[in-house]
Design a protein around this ligand. Structure first.
Ligand code: ATP
Ligand code: MG
Length: 749
């Protein structure tokens, strides 16, 4: 099972072999969707380990989700027919946690950093974050504090954390400065910005007090640590003989800075793999220029292009390619992706009158394809809200479905409650965990007591847990409840200290807290299912201990909190159709893909905020939407359906929608069109100005994507290559009135 050159040649095509066998020096594999990028680096790592005798623990491999990391590990073990310890294969976040836990266990490092946080830190999730922000913002915002303000604050803080300030150096080049609260305050130009930077500062202080980090901090703090301690960074860089990064097009500035710190500058053994046409996380700080500038940042980069798509039939590859060609791209980045497969089915564009028909059509087609296809079928949509109608239609036909990224096991309330107990045991300073369960189940600890605890904790610079004894001494109304709570938690802490098995501690927590009794009291009808979930959770602890005999509670909690959105997949989807937003679909493949809502305004999505954006920003957004569309289409192996509804309920009212510009951009030779999306009476368009359809955008239309004369429905003009199933191709497509109407309204913008 040695992966030597001959083996590579058997499993990969010529370009893929070249890329996999090139182990030394910086390499960029830039390739289209489905061209075997992930497959190539999987073989590359196997080749390094088995043919070049590289210690797998000295390979750093970054994947986009934990699931992708697991799959790659499994695949490599299959290829090598043996266990391989790829301990540094994971997401940016999981790698950061590893680095942090290693470094923060070292007293000297802690001293130099001067951080309050120690290696037992908790990882705060969205919920914890919201709670903490609320406490900070309440006194500042007063009654103005609503869900929207909170959401905004969270997104601003996340922006601070995911972007950097570039300070030019006198000698040329830049110094990368992280946006810590101090830096954010320095750069705040307006009172509003100052206010938010202040919230950011208080938020960070509170996190530190709770010995906790949020998701973004994992990255930020690792980079800060490595920047402050260059000798530590050098040790890591020295340890990692080879660095491999998948989905490189979605790296952000902070992640890039981290990579540069971890890559040995003299060896520069780094392979990055990506497709700039699939960069879809710009809104979260991903910077497409990072992949485009790779050759500038490293010396003598070897550049590999993979162009043959192995995933999809030719029509799909060609159709998707014709859409993405509408984006402006640097010449050297252009790829000519092709498929050597047969043409296959045409891309089915399905027009319907209204949104209800859309979900019916989707369900009907899936039903007719038969049960065996369910698990190989996915339905994508642009926004989460669109899933409800589809779920309903599937349910009507008794088609089981699973929402990828929906409420998963570890997000269920009862699970999160018991996890909060476990978190408190792992880190008694974890105030968010404390607050979640100190009175759940109720033990007579009221808000008054909590306020008193807070005050006393603040006065003594301690955590809430540490403030309990003082409160008990005061002998207030809740003293008894607090005492009981303290006693039982101390009992569990002692068990943990004595190295009692984790599933047994978890069982104790559930029993001693009378949690199951509480569930029954809360809601008899759901209690049984929730209890089953709790049993399953104890089971998860058992499995974890069996698989990781040398790991403890910290590591368990870490694993849970690192499940990223994209990992939140409900298990056992063998017979179910998968629903998800397109953002979640990256890297995946399905036999059949249905994309709902290919309507101008929905996909591309036109946000209300687009009104205030500059033409340049709008263009950037439109291009990102196009990449998203490209990602969606290229997930399909054999069948691709694109739906357009002429009318739909959208943000509270019934509106008209023209077909998505992306439908017009598809090479007509690859498409067959079915159905109609309007009443077929020209009046309905000529008599009615288009802007009524978009009244929600302030009477103006297509903000964000204006100023472009539409070609006349290109996709509907040409003859369909299949010719077979096209029904009344483009009933609206040749309607000159309609095109003129659009033209007119576009000029209003
Ligand atoms: P994406 O851009 O979506 O991430 P990718 O470039 O990573 O795609 P892979 O997922 O590695 O592509 O490959 C797509 C499909 O094609 C997989 O099913 C893979 O096994 C198959 N494939 C890739 N290369 C080959 C090859 N040389 N021979 C046979 N099958 C291949
Ligand atoms: Mg891939």
């Amino acid at each position: 099972s040695v992966v030597d050159l001959a083996r590579l040649q058997r499993e990969l095509n010529q370009e893929q072999v070249a890329a996999a066998a090139k182990t030394e020096g910086p390499a960029l594999i830039l390739a289209g969707a489905g061209s075997g990028k992930t497959r190539t680096i999987t073989y590359k790592i196997a080749h390094l380990i088995s043919a070049k005798n590289v210690d797998p623990r000295r390979i750093l491999a970054v994947t986009f989700t934990n699931k992708a990391a697991r799959e790659m590990k499994t695949r490599i073990q299959q290829i090598l027919e043996g266990r391989v310890n790829l301990e540094w294969m994971g997401t940016f976040h999981s790698i950061c946690v590893r680095i942090l836990r290693l470094c923060l266990a070292n007293d000297r490092i802690l001293q130099v950093l001067g951080w309050k946080i120690n290696k037992n830190f908790s990882i705060y999730d969205d919920d914890d974050q919201r709670k903490m922000l609320k406490e900070i913002m309440k006194p500042i915002f007063g009654d103005d504090l609503d869900a929207k303000a909170l959401k905004q604050a969270r997104s601003i803080i996340s922006k601070y954390k995911n972007s950097v300030v570039k300070e030019p150096l006198p000698a040329g080049g830049y110094r990368i400065v992280l946006q810590t609260p101090t830096v954010a305050l320095e750069h705040a130009a307006f009172p509003d910005q100052e206010k938010m930077a202040g919230v950011y500062r208080d938020y960070q202080a509170k996190l530190a007090e709770a010995n906790a980090m949020d998701f973004d901090d994992l990255l930020l703090n690792t980079v800060e640590l490595l920047q402050k301690l260059p000798q530590v960074a050098a040790q890591f860089a020295n340890r990692f003989l080879y660095v491999v990064v998948d989905e490189y097009q979605d790296t952000n500035d902070v992640q890039y800075e981290l990579l540069k710190l971890l890559i040995d500058r003299t060896k520069q053994n780094v392979t990055v793999v990506g497709d700039d046409d699939q960069s879809i996380y710009g809104w979260r700080g991903a910077n497409i220029d990072i992949i485009r500038n790779f050759s500038r940042d490293f010396d003598h980069v070897t550049f590999f292009k993979l162009e043959r798509n192995y995933r999809s039939s030719a029509n799909i590859v060609k159709g998707a390619g014709s859409v993405i060609a509408h984006n402006e791209r640097p010449e050297e980045m252009k790829k000519n992706v092709y498929s050597a497969e047969p043409a296959g089915d045409p891309i089915h564009v399905v027009n319907v009158l209204a949104d209800t028909f859309e979900s019916e059509q989707i369900a009907k087609r899936i039903f007719e394809a038969g049960k065996e296809q369910y698990a190989k079928t996915a339905i994508f949509y642009r926004t989460n809200a669109q899933s409800r109608a589809i779920e309903k239609a599937l349910n009507d036909l008794r088609i089981p479905c699973v929402i990828f990224g929906g409420t998963r096991f570890w997000d269920r309330k009862e699970i999160r409650d018991i996890l909060a107990y476990m978190r408190l045991l792992a880190n008694p300073k974890d105030d968010a965990a404390f607050l979640r369960i100190v009175n759940t189940p109720p033990r007579g600890i009221g808000n008054g007591t909590l306020d008193a605890l807070r005050l006393s904790a603040e006065a003594n610079n301690s955590s809430l847990w540490e403030a309990i004894p003082t409160e008990i001494e005061k002998g207030g109304r809740s003293a008894k409840g607090l005492e009981n709570f303290k006693n039982v938690v101390e009992l569990w802490l002692a068990m943990l200290q004595n190295k009692e098995a984790l599933p047994i501690i978890a069982e104790h927590v559930i029993r001693d807290s009378f949690y199951k009794e509480f569930l029954k009291k809360e809601d008899e009808s759901t209690a049984e299912e929730r209890e089953r979930n709790l049993d399953e959770m104890v089971n998860a602890f058992r499995e974890f201990e069996e698989e990781n005999p040398d790991k403890g509670l910290d590591e368990f909690l870490q694993e849970i909190s690192l499940l990223t959105d994209a990992d939140k997949k409900v298990e056992s989807a063998e017979t179910r159709v998968t629903l998800m937003t397109i953002h979640m679909a990256k890297g995946l493949e399905f036999e059949t893909v249905h994309i709902a809502g290919c309507d101008e305004g929905i996909f591309p999505l036109i946000r209300e905020s687009s009104m205030t954006e500059t033409p340049d920003e709008r263009k950037k957004q439109a291009e990102e939407e196009r990449r998203l569309f490209y990602v969606g289409c290229t997930r399909a192996k054999r069948k691709l359906y694109l739906y357009h509804a002429g009318r739909r309920f959208w943000q509270g009212s019934l509106r008209r929608f023209p077909p998505s510009r992306f439908l017009e951009e598809i090479d007509p030779m690859t498409v067959s069109v079915e159905g109609k999306c309007d009443d077929d009476s020209e009046q309905s368009f000529t008599g009615e100005p288009w802007n009524q359809g978009f009244s929600g955008f302030g009477g103006r239309q297509r903000p964000g994507f204006g100023n472009r004369l539409r070609p006349q429905y290109g996709a509907y003009r040409g003859p369909s290559s299949s010719g077979s199933s096209s029904i009344s191709r483009g009933s609206y497509g040749r309607n000159p009135e309609r095109a003129t109407g659009l033209h007119k309204t576009e000029r209003i913008v």
